[in-house]
Design a binder for this molecule. Structure first.
Ligand SMILES: *[C@@H]1O[C@H](CO)[C@@H](O)[C@H](O)[C@H]1NC(C)=O
Ligand SMILES: *[C@@H]1O[C@H](CO)[C@@H](O)[C@H](O)[C@H]1NC(C)=O
Ligand SMILES: *[C@@H]1O[C@H](CO)[C@@H](O)[C@H](O)[C@H]1NC(C)=O
Length: 445
């Protein structure tokens, strides 16, 4: 059983008091001038792997005491970090549940409520992680099923690797990391097998990126570089803080980005404005009134881009017309058109198919999608156009899914309300699995 230790602020006070008692150095001698303070490391990296079965991306988040890597689904638009707290498995000496009304609950804002737990919900065991009376209740959501449940705001230790931009250095520990302790029922169905929670990166006070930025005192800014490869030895990366973000063989992928305005809506979700779409530089005929006002959402929990029905039809029609001299293979739902791989040349940017452009605020701000991101191998040797029909009344006319930005860098500059995007890093002869995760912690920091 996890125990509830002394309140965290008491522990912090004690450790502060002990640090005052540490022996003073160089007593009795003339003090040499102090060495210059080491440059502050305020950039962090989190390794992310792709789950082959769902096409979604998972990060091992190091938490608890003793520390344990806990697999969390990466949810760009998630408002918090949540984990399921099974009473037998959640063992941590630094776990703490602040009481309702305590200042420690204030980051959860108005969304919280006084929580009671009768213990009647299975498994019945009062006073366990996730089941306390008079705690701060919040409502985490499963981003795949959209299911929402009552959970408890909780605090525990969290650790992440610091970096100067090239290899990770030592892990940095944070003792006051907020997350929601949710029942296991929130996990299924829909999330990748083995995942224990969800790491939300939304524009909210208790998302992972906001907590890191406020703990470390940098403006909220993070970047996704998700890998297209689902094998175990390939990991993509999320950078927290500013660039450089160096990828082998020595490419700073934070340079040369294009920027477009980023807006935050509906509980801190991320939106940009795609004004028009082109295929082989020809405009896709679209009802422009569908697209205005920054209505394109970016999502890591959607494997493929979802288009409102009329946009989907128009994109599929122009794409197949541009390929009208190539016979289509048998259709594989839900994709609109499929071809044999052998019909296309193979290029550095994937199969040589017509390229798709998302045109942003002006004609120079264009996100170009090449074959590696527009086509998916739905069956061996069969490539399909990786876009999905969202029906005629979707909440958002375009939801850009993970497949379309794998091996691209997307930098969410939340402080300046802008998205930096690289288009395919394959153009720059690197990819998102090329961050060198070999630790250099033993070297002088
Ligand atoms: C919460 O209070 C209710 C009613 O007093 C009680 O039945 C329940 O066991 C308590 N739960 C816990 C976790 O202590
Ligand atoms: C364009 O979309 C708007 C908003 O959905 C709709 O009201 C209008 O009828 C559409 N126009 C055409 C020509 O389809
Ligand atoms: C990764 O970094 C380590 C430590 O600096 C270095 O020894 C190694 O050669 C690097 N790997 C590659 C593939 O460059």
């Amino acid at each position: 059983m996890a125990t509830t230790p002394a309140p965290l602020h008491v522990l912090l006070l004690i450790s502060f008091a002990l640090s005052l008692l540490a022996p003073a150095s160089c007593s009795g001698t003339i003090h040499p001038p102090p060495p210059p303070p080491p440059p502050v490391i305020n950039r962090y990296v989190l390794a992310v792997h792709k789950d082959g079965a769902t096409g979604l991306h998972v990060a091992n988040v190091a938490k608890r005491t003793p520390q344990k890597p806990i697999p969390h689904l990466v949810d760009l638009n998630g408002g918090m970090v949540w984990e399921h707290c099974d009473e037998r498995r959640y063992l941590s000496s630094t776990f703490y549940v602040p009481p309702f009304g305590d200042y420690l609950c204030s980051p959860a804002g108005k969304a919280q409520f006084r929580r009671t737990c009768s213990g009647s919900a299975a498994p019945a065991a009062p006073d366990r992680p996730g089941c306390h009376n008079n705690s701060c209740g919040i409502l985490p959501v499963n981003p795949v099923t959209k299911h929402r449940v009552v959970a408890e705001l909780s605090i525990d230790m969290f650790s992440i690797l610091a970096t100067r931009g090239s290899n990770p250095g030592r892990p940095i520990r944070f003792c006051k990391f907020y997350f929601a302790c949710a029942p296991a029922s929130l996990l299924r169905p829909g999330l990748p097998v083995g995942v224990h929670g969800v790491a939300g990166l939304g524009h909210t006070p208790i998302s992972l990126q906001s907590q890191l930025a406020s703990h470390c005192g940098f403006p909220p800014k993070f970047a996704l570089c998700l890998t297209s490869m689902s094998s175990n030895d390939n990991t993509g990366v999320i950078f927290f803080g500013d660039g450089p973000y160096n990828m082998l063989p020595g490419v700073d992928v934070s340079s040369g980005l294009l920027y477009t305005p980023l807006t935050f809506r509906r509980r801190g979700k991320y939106f940009i404005e795609v004004r028009s779409i082109k295929i082989n530089q020809k405009p896709v005929p679209l009802n422009a009134s569908l697209l205005g006002n920054g209505r394109t959402r970016i999502s890591t929990t959607t494997p493929y881009t979802i288009l409102e029905h009329s946009i989907f039809i128009a994109v599929a029609r122009l794409f197949t017309r541009e390929l009208s001299d190539i016979p289509q293979a048998e259709l594989i739902p839900p994709f609109p058109a499929c071809y044999e791989r052998a019909r296309f040349s193979s290029t550095r940017l994937g199969p040589g198919v017509p390229f798709i452009e998302f045109v942003m605020q002006d004609e120079d701000t264009v996100w170009t999608i090449f074959g590696a991101n527009s086509m998916v191998e739905a069956r061996p040797e069969i490539l399909c156009l990786a876009f999905i029909d969202g029906g005629s009344q979707p909440k958002d006319p375009i939801v850009i899914g993970a497949h379309q930005f794998e091996d691209n860098l997307l930098q969410f500059d939340v402080g300046r309300s802008r998205l930096g995007f690289s288009s395919s890093l394959l153009l720059r002869r690197t990819n998102c699995a090329n961050f060198n995760f070999t630790s250099v912690a033993s070297q002088a920091e």
